[in-house]
Design a protein around this ligand. Sequence first.
Ligand code: NAD
Length: 264
Amino acid sequence: PTPLMAGKKGLIMGVANDRSIAWGIAKAAHAQGAELAFSFQGEALEKRVRPLAASVGSDIVLPCDVSTEESIDQMFDALKAKWGKLDFIVHAIGYSDKEQLRGRYADTTLDNFLNTMHISVFSFTSVARRAADMMPDGGSMLTLTYYGAERVMPHYNVMGVAKAALEASVRYLAVDLGKQNIRVNSLSAGPMKTLAASGIGDFRYILKWNEYNSPLKRNVTLEDVGGSGLYLLSDLSSGVSGECHHVDCGYHVVGMKAVDAPDI
Ligand code: NAD
């Protein structure tokens, strides 16, 4: 049989290291024959991303800091010079001042609110518009979100508000880009030990809580997220758009602490 992603080209944004969610999805797409390009933020990360890209046969590794439109434009110009067209993108980027990923949401500052929204929400819209111009045959776009968008989670604070806006922007983009046969979805991952997550207060407690209380009684792995990401990027999900797909071992259906959950 032909591999699911044979002949498809995709841009992966948000690999920082081999624990990144973006990397889990990149590996799964590569295993099914996708050709990949990567973007990285800042020179320090380039050293980590280049060897990872090489290990999946990619030498298209481009700088992009989504905090400026110029940087996004430059990255797309460079990508266009290499590839005429694009079939999918993965946006796995989020940022907030870690001093405000603890304590009260009520104390969020204006500066951090705006910056969190810029990097974690607007960047997806900005990237989606440019990527759509490279998708004459349609395509699939995927961003990463968290259940803290739907329910209040300790310490998630302004990031939860940003993820709610990101999920809403997925729905609006799905309608705008659907006419071009471009699908837009989000993947709501359970908590995972990554660089970004290390900024969240009491993260070890959150991991334990999810492990003890999710229907599957464990936390998600990069393989879990990779497999579901692959489904959303591939033609297997050809009828799916505007969706928020939970990959959280079922945690989002649970109404209260499991009676047999140990104390943490
Ligand atoms: P990660 O630290 O591996 O990835 C975050 C990425 O965001 C990094 O590659 C970083 O370089 C990039 N980034 C931040 N600011 C940027 C900027 N200005 N320009 C370009 N890139 C920038 O952590 P991760 O957990 O894999 O995060 C990926 C996505 O998954 C994020 O949107 C995060 O909110 C989301 N998510 C994470 C979890 C979790 O528990 N780890 C759960 C659900 C959703």
